[in-house]
Ligand binder design. Structure first.
Ligand code: NAD
Length: 421
């Protein structure tokens, strides 16, 4: 299956084989577990404001259909390719299985720079992408959600476009929608809140007081901003470093989050221009001293070049795939110094509350935010304990333990269903 190329899919492939070796999965079974069931590539034509017609590449990959419909985010990013989308779909499968959701993984997106598009162009692109996907998705086939470069508004356009073709409102086709059109309370905050909950559990495990904790967060979008604000406001953590694609700031005495949040709100969500004094190079930021480091932006930022120099006690992987396999080897040697909360657990709050949103839309029965948060924490707690137990018993890293739990469930489903015909 060499249609999935590039460094991100290679990462997913290497991680899978490491876990498959650990589980002694025969070679004969591996391709069926690893390679996605379906990959869809579409041309997405858009009439631009300057009169040109541009054609963007759109993708959707559905990893496995063994345990239910597929589920996954939609990424709008300039260099997006099939390998990256495929890797994200594979990770999503292990994540859903780990936390017990009845889904296979999926991912999709469009290779574009959403910041370079006018609002009208962005809406046209979003609607045409969804229209191209209609034959391949559905509330019982594949349910979309937001990811890097997409947001609640884009999910509302997706939902509207799909619904127009059905002739009635189909709210359950996407999650991460605004509450006013069938979204759920707590979804926008879910990934960041989940990260904060798991960081609290990791702090307990290493016996470190929340009030004496410092954090550095890379990325100030949906995931990073909520994670930083929740750590600071709910747990009293001092946030000493923050970055996005435009700027990075570090202050050992703590950054003023209210002022930074206000700045970002008034400047299109970006951090650039807030202060000259606390500026630092974005890569340098990752190796500054802190208790908790939260990469919450893009993949492959913790590499063999910086893994040995990290000065955190907890690495809470908010982003998908932030740590390369070469960096993992170094982190394995530093297991007593750095507690890793692997991505498929750490950012699973997003898909867990997306699942709650889908269930509520199907039933047309909505829950309170307290119920959402309570159920979210129950699921995270169970997975956190299972991973800790498995890691101890098998003497493996938390990443291998988490992935082993996910891969095993998918494998068991495939074995029980058998191979058709
Ligand atoms: P987003 O588009 O809302 O925000 C992304 C942030 O990352 C922005 O602040 C951007 O400026 C920053 N960024 C981009 N490149 C950067 C760089 N080189 N250095 C520093 N910052 C950079 O996206 P998001 O939804 O917050 O997603 C972030 C990550 O979390 C992705 O890996 C995504 O797959 C993962 N994730 C998201 C969700 C969700 O619910 N949105 C759920 C699970 C996982």
């Amino acid at each position: 299956m060499d249609i999935y190329s590039g460094p991100v899919f290679e990462m997913a492939r290497q991680q899978f084989h490491a876990v498959a070796d650990h589980l002694a999965i025969p070679e004969n079974e591996r391709d069926r577990l690893l390679y996605p069931k379906r990959a869809i590539a579409v041309a997405v034509p858009v009439n631009m404001d300057d009169g040109r017609t541009r054609v963007f590449n759109g993708y959707r990959v559905q990893h496995h259909l063994t345990l239910g419909p597929t589920k996954g985010g939609t990424r709008f990013a300039p260099k997006l390719d099939l390998g990256e989308v495929g890797a994200l779909a594979v990770w999503m499968s292990w994540k859903c299985a780990l936390v017990g959701l009845p889904y296979g993984g999926a991912k999709g997106g469009v290779a574009c720079d959403p910041r370079g598009l006018s609002k009208r162009e962005l809406e046209a692109l979003s609607r045409r992408y969804m229209q191209e996907m209609i034959p391949f998705v559905g509330p019982h086939t594949d349910i979309m959600a937001p990811d890097l470069g997409t947001n609640e508004q884009i999910m509302a356009w997706f939902m509207d476009t799909y619904s127009m073709f059905q002739g009635h409102a189909v709210t359950e086709i996407v999650t991460g929608k605004p509450v006013a059109v069938g979204g759920t309370v707590g979804r926008r905050e879910a990934t960041g809140r989940g990260i904060a909950y798991l960081v609290a559990r990791a702090l307990e495990a290493i016996k470190h007081k929340a009030a004496e904790t410092t954090a550095i967060v890379q990325g100030f979008g949906n995931v990073g901003s909520v994670a930083a604000l929740t750590l600071a406001r709910r747990m009293g953590v001092k946030v000493v470093g923050l970055s996005d694609h435009t700027a990075a700031y570090y202050d050992a005495d703590g950054l003023p989050l209210d002022a930074i949040e206000d700045h970002a709100r008034r400047h299109d969500g970006v951090l650039a221009g807030w202060s000259k004094e606390s500026m630092i190079d974005g890569e340098e930021l990752l190796t500054q001293p802190c208790t908790v480091l939260v990469p919450a932006a893009i993949e492959r930022v913790i590499t063999e070049k910086n893994a040995g120099r990290l000065q955190c006690r907890i690495l809470a992987e908010g982003a998908n795939g932030p740590t390369t396999p070469a960096a993992d080897t170094i982190l394995d040697q530093r297991q007593n110094e750095i507690f890793v909360i692997p991505d498929i657990l750490c950012n699973s709050g997003g898909v867990i509350v997306s699942y709650f949103e889908w269930v509520q839309d199907l039933q047309q029965l909505f829950w309170t935010e307290a119920e959402i948060n309570h159920r979210l924490e129950q699921i995270l707690e169970t997975a956190f304990r299972q991973i800790a137990r498995r890691g101890r018993n098998d003497r493996v890293s938390s990443r291998v333990a988490a992935m082993a739990l996910g891969v095993e469930k998918v494998r068991a489903g495939k074995r029980l269903r058998g191979l058709f015909p």
